[in-house]
Design a protein around this ligand. Sequence first.
Ligand code: ADP
Ligand code: DP6
Ligand code: CO
Length: 324
Amino acid sequence: MTEKIVRAHTNIALIKYWGKRDEALILPASSSLSLTLDAFYTDTSVTFDNSLQSDTFYLNDRLQNKTATEKVSTFLNLFRKPAGISSPALIKSTNFVPTAAGLASSASGMAALAGAANLACHLQLTQRELSLYARRGSGSATRSIYGGFVEWQMGTCAADSYAVPIDDADWDIGMLVVVVNSRKKEMSSREGMKNTVETSPFYTGWLDSTANDLIEIKKAIRLQDFQKMGEITESNGMKMHGTMLGANPPLSYWEPDSVVAMQLVRQLRQEGISCYFTMDAGPNVKVLCRLTDSEKIKARFAKQFNPEQLIIAKPGEGLKVLTK
Ligand code: ADP
Ligand code: DP6
Ligand code: CO
């Protein structure tokens, strides 16, 4: 039997998703916009097998514990139900991205799992439906169904909160990913955003301004105005981190080297190299740049970071099926 593997790439938000209006359905408090990256991805297969006692989940060739498996099972049940399937599944997944380190493994992980579940259940879902399903696994996964620049529209209900591709990003765009620390973070994105929504007085300020950032960045993308796009990206990311600083207890994912990387981006700009940073729920820094400038920027970072910490990513493609 040929094993069908589905690959999904990670995506990095330029306009962040940070906070849910419905936790069970994963409905976001605001719309967001991302760039899918070619350098980081997840490969996943799902096979139903009645000889298994229960769902069995291997991540990076390691059998996962009950909690991790239950999360995957709950997600798979969303597909089993309409397909009328009750068999246990063998789930095998490989992350070509550090897991739970702020490099968006939940985005590629849950998008790949949605794609693999769709194949295993023969549901023949459209990309839009896959985006809706992926959302239930992790909000950021909603966007990883598509390549290039992608908008996750917050929608009005569970049925219309999905992603749409807005531009293939095939125009001298790249990202230097500075891996400050690839260890598992202490506070998941899910918990971090929940605490922020519940306790940060800055959260309303975030909501008041992020919708306009989205409008402006979409304009900049349409005009291929890199500088404008970068300025909005950097500012939106910093505002998100500002909401976390205002949470109780305060939350910060930054490490000293995150600040070193941000300073270097500012320095490079002063020297006339157009580049902008963004950070997610983790210490790693992503530098949005012209692909044609990426080697030069990487060389500058190499004076302060080890080569294995510096990864140039190009715009990546959407969900695809590989056959082993
Ligand atoms: P990240 O910054 O890596 O997205 P999160 O805290 O958002 O970190 O999510 C990490 C969680 O995503 C993991 O604990 C796991 O539940 C899920 N995840 C990561 N990779 C996979 C995968 N390949 N398959 C299924 N779930 C995954
Ligand atoms: C900072 O999608 O990982 O990366 O929906 O709870 O699984 P859950 O959270 P997740 O949050 C991503 C937060 C972010 C910003 C973004 O990707 O938009
Ligand atoms: Co995540």
